[in-house]
Ligand binder design. Structure first.
Ligand code: F6P
Length: 319
């Protein structure tokens, strides 16, 4: 293999730039040429491709977002779009591709691999919802952003004796809510992995109030329901007034934490190592601190493991 390509796709996540930098520099270190594909799969179809040199990825390890831009591309779900993409890759002399993104991006990478084009996936998403890897790039940064917000909201909750509902991202996964709720000392954490019981939440809030605790923090994952829906239910069912704070896209931005930068560097380098050995059709992950590669099929056949013991602990500590 003489030349590889790299793209970022789907929702951006902090650390994507660090991963791009690792791919480019590791490739150049091993005498491989690298091309950047801009705007994800859409850019691939349109041939928005440029060669990258060492200097092109300088001064980006600390930046949020993605230097290569990102997009969600419906056309790439169709075979016609995928074949156009392969045509562009061949036109630019690219023989292997690193895709940095989440679940949807991996589907595109799997499709390319099934067409015989070697592709490796690097997990870049704040959701931490990819099966087969303990962590995804961006999760740690997003988590710290959420915790910072919870801490700030708690100041007002305490000062004004208010109950706050904080809605966090995560798509269908509860990792961000669980980790942030535990680290932020939330009284209640709602995740899609556990059936939701409004009476139980009301009971917990009332029990706290009976003890003289007049404020509380409820963290709700967006995969359960919106913060405003929960607010309405608590009011209707238990006459409990709450304030809602939807954190939204601040969770996706910002300078990546050291942990995300290191993870991105390790994973980006691993992806290049695989392509150097002509190995495609793999996702890069981390399990028990080991950076490894596994079949794309494992991503789609499995479900990301939710940490039940941590969830149980969060309940025990928020009595
Ligand atoms: O996958 C990352 C994510 O931020 C999810 O947590 C969220 O559900 C979704 O993307 C939002 O996507 P968009 O920015 O396209 O609205």
């Amino acid at each position: 293999m003489k030349k590889i390509g790299v793209l970022t796709s789907g929702g951006d996540s902090p650390g994507m730039n660090a991963a791009i930098r690792a791919v480019v520099r590791k490739a150049i270190y091993h005498d491989l040429q690298v091309a950047g594909i801009y705007h994800g799969y859409q850019g691939l179809i349109e041939g928005n491709i440029q060669d990258l040199a060492i200097g092109d990825v300088g001064d980006i390890i600390q930046r949020g977002g993605t230097k290569l831009y990102s997009a969600r591309c419906l056309d790439f779900k169709e075979e016609a779009g995928q074949l156009k993409g392969i045509e562009q890759l061949k036109k630019h002399g690219i023989e292997g591709l690193v895709v940095i993104g989440g679940d949807g991006s991996y589907r595109g990478a799997l499709a390319l691999s099934n067409h015989g084009f070697p592709c490796v996936g690097v997990p870049g998403t704040i959701d931490n919802d990819i099966s087969g890897t303990d962590y995804t790039i961006g999760f740690d940064t997003a988590l710290n952003t959420v915790i910072d917000s919870i801490d700030k909201i708690r100041d007002t909750a305490t000062s004004h004796d208010r109950s706050f509902i904080i809605e966090v991202m995560g798509r269908d996964a509860g990792d961000l809510a669980l980790w942030a709720g535990l680290a932020g000392g939330a009284e209640t954490i709602l995740v899609p992995e556990d059936p939701f019981d409004i009476d139980d939440i009301a009971m917990r809030l009332k029990r706290g109030r009976d003890r003289g605790k007049k404020h509380s923090i409820i963290v709700v994952a967006e995969g359960v329901m919106t913060g405003h829906e929960l607010q309405q239910k608590l009011m209707e069912k238990a006459d409990i007034p709450t304030h809602v704070s939807v954190l939204g896209h601040i969770q996706r931005g910002g300078s990546p934490t050291a942990r995300d930068r290191v993870l991105a560097s390790q994973m980006g380098a691993k992806a290049v190592e695989l392509l150097l050995q002509d190995i495609g059709g793999k996702a890069v992950g981390i399990r028990n601190r080991e950076i490894l590669a596994y079949d794309f099929n494992e991503v789609f056949d499995g479900t990301h493991e939710f940490d039940e013991s941590m969830y149980k602990l969060s309940k025990e500590l928020s009595i």
